[in-house]
Design a protein around this ligand. Structure first.
Ligand SMILES: [Ca+2]
Ligand SMILES: [Ca+2]
Length: 207
């Protein structure tokens, strides 16, 4: 292709993105195995994030990339899935919180990378190079926990008391009680939860 054609294609892509933003609809990028959803931050975006988190967990927790990554992380610590749920959960949290960098969404947008897509990227890139923000990492950890047989989902919190949800965490049921797992702060203790004025957990909506 010559430069003019490339420039036209670039203009076309920019026009499409602009049109998507104007329509408020966002767009989907199909990855190798999963998908990435991008949409503008607005009053409806939290509902979209929560709906996608639920869908991603239902459809991709037992996908091959999520299962493979989970088994690799556990095997590196000499543990097999289903031996001990609390120990398994703690190892998986350490991986997502400590070994995957925090990478923020583009300014003004919500970007949600599905767990199969994120796991596939982690499996195929050098260690420590693939990461995500709180919703991406919280959904991935919940999916990995589910693939290890642990009841898990995502919970959304208002941590600064302004009435708006601003954080996502993984929450799991261990010994019959909900346990929070922070994924964006390296070294965050298992079970630690920030003070929150409001919390909306998807755990009760699990199958
Ligand atoms: Ca995100
Ligand atoms: Ca807030």
């Amino acid at each position: 292709m010559n430069n003019d054609t490339l420039a036209l294609l670039g203009l076309g892509a920019a026009a499409f993105i602009g049109w998507s933003i104007l329509r408020n609809s966002g767009w989907t990028v199909k990855g190798e195995v999963g998908r990435t959803e991008v949409f503008p931050v607005n009053k409806d975006s939290l509902k979209t994030v929560q709906g996608l988190a639920h869908d991603y967990l239902q459809s991709e927790s037992h996908s091959l990339p999520v299962q493979t990554l989970t088994q690799q992380v556990l095997a590196a610590e000499g543990v097999r899935a289903n031996e001990n749920h609390r120990q398994t959960a703690m190892i998986l949290q350490r991986f997502v919180a400590d070994k995957m960098p925090f990478i923020d969404d583009p300014q003004g947008f919500e970007k949600m990378v599905s767990p199969a897509e994120l796991a596939q990227q982690v499996l195929t890139h050098p260690p420590g190079t693939i990461g995500g923000d709180c919703d991406d990492k919280a959904v991935l950890l919940a999916a990995m926990a589910r693939s290890a047989g642990i009841q898990a989902s995502v919970t959304f919190l208002d941590t600064d008391g302004d009435g708006e949800i601003d954080h996502a965490m993984t929450v799991m049921i261990l010994d019959g009680a909900p346990v929070h797992a922070e994924t964006t702060i390296p070294g965050a203790p298992f079970g630690w939860r920030p003070d929150a004025a409001k919390e909306e957990s998807l755990l009760s909506k699990t199958e």
